[in-house]
Design a protein around this ligand. Structure first.
Ligand SMILES: C[S@@+](CC[C@H](N)C(=O)[O-])C[C@H]1O[C@@H](n2cnc3c(N)ncnc32)[C@H](O)[C@@H]1O
Ligand SMILES: Nc1nc2[nH]cc(C(=O)O)c2c(=O)[nH]1
Ligand code: SF4
Ligand SMILES: [Mg+2]
Length: 210
């Protein structure tokens, strides 16, 4: 296919820069412990300094892949599909989720909410970032809010974000991995004092799975 043609298809969300896909156990948040197929889409310019998948940022390093091929493959592994990245909302997620829904698959997204919400989602995990705050409707639609705690100020940020989500949204504090030893005791104290919050750990990293 010609380069321009590919770019147009990516622009329409009919092709996506696919970094990796894998069948694993959802490690984080409400669905932790549940088997799911992960689709990791490249491209993110939010720039979290502690991001654990910086290799995903440059969309140009990941092959544009047709969503039909992605969906055909995903359906073989699981009925729960987690779309992550990179920042999946960099792209139009409507075609991908429509195709997943045609196969009766459950669609979950991991997103910072930094860009316009597209796609049809059964579960939205919103993990807002200070450097590019979510806008608009996603606060009303999120099923879980997962704030990464790197330092003490992140508790204040977490409360600001919790004030914006819908009343059914489940609230999680997740330690930033590299400072876990130091920050976990602070999160534990905070959750005991503010029990509307729950702890989320990156359990896949303890299980040594993707
Ligand atoms: C890599 S991001 C991709 C999806 C989207 N860009 C986002 O940030 O929500 C997937 C999840 O991992 C979290 N995460 C990334 N780096 C982390 C780290 N070093 N420690 C803990 N959680 C991290 C993000 O906040 C997000 O909830
Ligand atoms: N097992 C597993 N669970 C996850 N939950 C969210 C992840 C992500 O990177 O979006 C992730 C991941 O990379 N692996
Ligand atoms: S928004 Fe997500 S993918 Fe992008 S830098 Fe932050 S954690 Fe990494
Ligand atoms: Mg991850």
């Amino acid at each position: 296919m010609l380069k321009d043609e590919v770019l147009q298809l990516v622009d329409k969300g009919l092709m996506l820069p696919l970094m990796e896909e894998f069948y694993t156990i959802q490690g984080e948040g409400y669905h932790k412990g549940t088997a799911a197929y992960f689709i990791r889409v490249g491209g993110c310019d939010v720039g979290c300094h502690w991001c654990d998948v910086k290799e995903s940022w440059n969309a140009g390093t990941h092959p544009p892949t047709s969503i039909d091929a992605i969906v055909e493959n995903a359906a073989k592994y699981s009925d729960t599909i987690v779309v992550t990245g990179g920042e999946p909302l960099t792209w139009d997620m409507n075609p991908l989720t429509r195709a997943l829904k045609t196969k009766n698959l459950q669609t979950h997204i991991e997103t910072s909410g930094a860009y316009k919400l597209t796609g049809e989602w059964d579960w939205i995990c919103l993990s807002p970032k200070k450097n590019k705050l979510p806008e608009g409707i996603i606060y009303k639609k999120a099923h879980e809010l997962k704030v990464i705690v790197y330092n003490k100020h992140d508790f204040i940020f977490a409360e600001e974000q919790a004030a914006k989500v819908n009343k059914n949204c489940i609230l999680y504090l997740q330690p930033e991995w590299s400072v876990s030893d130091k920050i976990v005791p602070k999160i534990v104290d905070y959750v005991m004092e503010n029990p509307k919050w729950k702890v989320s750990l990156q359990t896949h990293k303890y299980l040594n799975i993707p």
